[in-house]
Every structure is written in structure tokens, then in C-alpha cells.
Design a binder for this molecule. Structure first.
Ligand code: CAP
Ligand code: MG
Length: 405
């Protein structure tokens, strides 16, 4: 059965764009057809059991550029289970990667018809809801990650968070590998840190938030999320790669009324290779469908890999209109410090959450000064003042610039 339909105009179909390099002595078009078949209704050979109704689900390869190894395939919506990211990944992110016909394969993008989005909850809060939560409209939000990543006791963890909130952080999160350990039990940490949050709010008069990492088997995640909610917490954090889209959707679909911060630790196992895997853009679009409110997207200027065009494309995709889905707040994190802020705001504008771990807790004068230095750098940029100038009257910023620039 031929799946080539050059020039076909997709109607209400999901369109996947692939980078596909055929294996040696394999023809590009026939490899595209095996990709289209294996990701939908077929297999390596024709089938006596094929039916007319099954054929109706056949995808159409409607665009390709052999030189660039690029192709676009339109998949009928009925190939997919409404409301399940899991089954989309099993189809378009599944067997096709392992086929011998394919030397390299990268799923570059997915275009989702609005009618298909209706089956997904999407973000409960989105950028607007998060800004409303903090009563902060016109500046980037500032977050930190308690460091060291793991190893502190609950009380020590809460103290570090308290200092960062006092210095001006809006958000404090657990690190991606801090969950429920012998030296730092989840429930004890949440109790201690939420107490410190309230104390910081009463001192600063600002709304503060703690993002506890609930990542765990799904039943345990629900128990932890409900515990945080009972204690008055407003956020939960999920390592969405480790927990998977089933875990993420399971929690989102509980409608807990909590803001979901999505950490992407592990994404680079398959997003980084320019010739093979799945792009962070695809992952980000699926995470929005699943219903995260905030998502790590990279920084361009920090310690993690991620080209400017790529990260900007993700930033845009998280906010572009998509049916009734709310937008997702881009989180820029990883190797940031006060000196990184001007370049960051130049690239992304102010509709981002800036997160710094070492760039706050490594400050010579400690976490409170580190947070102050980050806020000072943000204020300087929003007022259009050079950091070096602003540092003349802001000691914490001056020390940070000397330390890291
Ligand atoms: C940053 C961080 C984050 C990274 C994740 C870390 O700490 O807590 O997990 O931002 O990378 O553990 O590295 P620092 P990404 O501020 O001390 O670097 O945001 O690219 O997913
Ligand atoms: Mg981390």
C-alpha cells in the first residue's frame, strides 16, 4: 500500500516532521514509507488481514526533501487515543527508532489540530494564572533550587529556602534528585519549608511559593501531592521524564488545583543528538497538552546545551494559541547567576521564570545576598541600567559580578 501523497493538504490531521536518514543501500522514499507504516497500521510486509477500515487510518507522506532528510507525515486523528500522550509516544516515538532501515531518525515537530487538543486538560493555571498567584505582572519571576542538591536535613533545607525568599526569590524548588530520603524525609521537608515560606511572606509582604518534588511511582505521587495541598502548598514539581507522561497525566487529571512545575531531567538522553531522538520542542508541546504550568526549556547562556533558535522556538510554542489550552511559563535554569540576566532578558524578554541555584547559594555573602543580587540584576535590566553601573550602589550585585563575571 503506497503512503506517498505529494502535495496532499492535511485536514484536521496530526502532522509529524521527521529527520530521517536511510540505512546504507536503502532508498529514502521506501524508508519513509516504512516509518509511516510502522508508526501507524502496518509492518514490514503486506498483510492478508488488512481491511478497508484499517486502511482508512493510513497516514500520508505529503512532503519530503531528500537532500535535507526531512519529511512530513499527516496522521488521521483516529489513529490516536483521545487524551493520551502515552499512545502518541508509543506510535510516533516508538518502534520506528529501532528499525534497521533507518540509520538516524529525529522527530522534529508535531502540529496538533485544535480539535485534537480538546481531549487534553492542558495547564490549569498557565502564565496568567501563575502571575495572578504571585500578584506579579511585569517582571520575570525569580526562583532558586536549594543546594546542595541533596544532603541537607529538612530543617537545613527550610532555612536555605527562607534565606532565598528573604533575599527576593518568589519560588524555591527541590532539586530534581531530592525526593524522600533517609536524611530528608519528604513530609518533614514540606512541613518545615512551608512554615518558613509563611514566615518569609509575613516579613517581605510578597507571595512566596515552594515547589516540592513529588516524583515517585504514581500512587505515591498522589499521596505526596495531597499532603502538600493539605498543608496549604500551592505547587508540586514533577520530573516528567523519569515519571513519564502517564504519571504526569495521572496527577494533572486529579484536578488538584495545584500549579505543576515540570522538570525535564533526562530529556537530553534523546533531545540532544541533532540526528537521532525527539526534540525538546515536541516534548514541550506534549507537556503542554498533558497540563504542566511551568517547564524548563534551557537558557542558551547557562551551563546546559541548547541552541538559541531551538530554545526560542520552544519558548514561542509554549505560548502560541492552541485551541483553548492555556500557555506554559518558560523556566530558564542551569548555570545562571546575576551576570547572566541581561543576556537572558535580551533573548527571551521578561515572560520567563529565571532560576539560579549555584548562582544564589554560591554568593560570597550567602543565599539571602545571592537572591538580592539576582533581583538587583533584574531590576537594573528592567530600568535599562548597565549592571556595572547598578552595582556601584548595590553591594550584593557588585560582589556577584566580581565572583562570576
Ligand atoms: C540548576 C539545576 C537544574 C538545571 C536543569 C541543576 O542548578 O538545579 O536542575 O537547571 O537543567 O541541578 O543543574 P544551577 P535544565 O542553577 O546550580 O545550575 O533547566 O536545562 O533542564
Ligand atoms: Mg537541578
Amino acid at each position: 500500500m503506497r503512503l506517498i501523497r505529494k502535495g496532499y493538504k492535511p485536514k484536521e490531521e496530526l502532522v509529524a516532521t521527521f529527520y530521517a536518514e536511510p540505512a546504507k543501500n536503502k532508498d529514502f522514499i521506501s524508508v519513509l514509507e516504512s516509518i509511516a507504516r510502522e508508526s501507524s497500521i502496518g509492518t514490514w510486509t503486506s498483510l492478508r488481514t488488512m481491511t478497508a477500515s484499517a486502511k482508512k487510518l493510513a497516514p500520508k507522506i505529503f512532503y519530503w526533501d531528500e537532500k535535507k532528510h526531512i519529511a512530513k507525515i499527516a496522521y488521521p486523528q483516529d489513529l490516536f487515543e483521545r487524551g493520551s500522550i502515552v499512545q502518541i509516544l508509543s506510535s510516533l516515538g516508538g518502534n520506528i527508532y529501532g528499525m534497521k532501515d533507518v540509520k538516524n531518525l529525529r522527530w522534529l515537530d508535531i502540529e496538533i489540530p485544535e480539535s485534537f487538543c480538546k481531549a487534553f486538560k492542558g495547564p490549569a493555571f498557565g502564565i496568567e494564572g501563575v502571575r495572578k498567584h504571585f500578584k506579579v505582572k511585569d517582571r520575570p519571576l525569580l526562583g532558586t533550587i536549594v543546594k546542595p542538591k541533596v544532603g541537607l536535613t529538612p530543617k537545613q533545607h527550610a532555612k536555605v529556602a527562607f534565606k532565598a525568599w528573604l533575599g527576593g526569590c518568589d519560588l524555591v524548588k527541590d532539586d530534581e534528585n531530592l525526593t524522600d530520603m533517609r536524611f530528608n524525609r519528604f513530609k518533614k521537608r514540606v512541613e518545615e519549608t512551608l512554615k518558613m515560606k509563611e514566615k518569609a511572606e509575613s516579613i517581605t509582604g510578597e507571595v512566596k511559593a515552594y515547589m516540592p518534588n513529588i516524583s515517585a511511582p504514581a500512587d505515591e505521587m498522589l499521596e505526596r501531592a495531597e499532603f502538600v495541598k493539605e498543608l496549604g502548598g500551592s505547587y508540586i514539581m514533577i520530573d516528567i521524564i523519569a515519571c513519564g507522561f502517564s504519571g504526569l497525566q495521572f496527577i494533572r487529571n486529579q484536578n488538584l488545583g495545584m500549579i505543576i512545575h515540570a522538570h525535564r531531567a533526562g530529556h537530553a538522553t534523546f533531545t540532544r543528538n541533532p540526528k537521532h531522538g525527539i526534540t525538546m520542542l515536541v516534548l514541550a508541546k506534549l507537556a503542554r497538552l498533558a497540563g504542566v504550568d511551568q517547564l524548563h526549556i534551557g537558557t542558551v547562556v547557562g551551563k546546559m546545551h541548547g541552541r538559541k533558535e531551538e530554545v526560542l522556538c520552544i519558548h514561542k510554542a509554549l505560548k502560541e494559541p492552541l485551541g483553548k489550552l492555556k500557555s506554559v511559563f518558560s523556566v530558564c535554569s542551569g548555570g545562571l547567576h546575576p551576570g547572566s540576566v541581561p543576556a537572558l532578558l535580551k533573548i527571551f524578554g521578561k515572560d520567563i521564570i529565571i532560576q539560579a541555584g549555584g548562582g544564589i547559594h554560591g554568593h560570597k555573602l550567602g543565599s539571602e545576598a545571592g537572591a538580592k543580587a539576582m533581583r538587583q540584576a533584574i531590576d537594573a535590566c528592567l530600568e535599562g541600567i548597565e549592571l556595572s553601573e547598578y552595582a556601584k550602589t548595590h553591594r550584593e550585585l557588585a560582589i556577584a559580578l566580581k565572583q562570576w563575571c
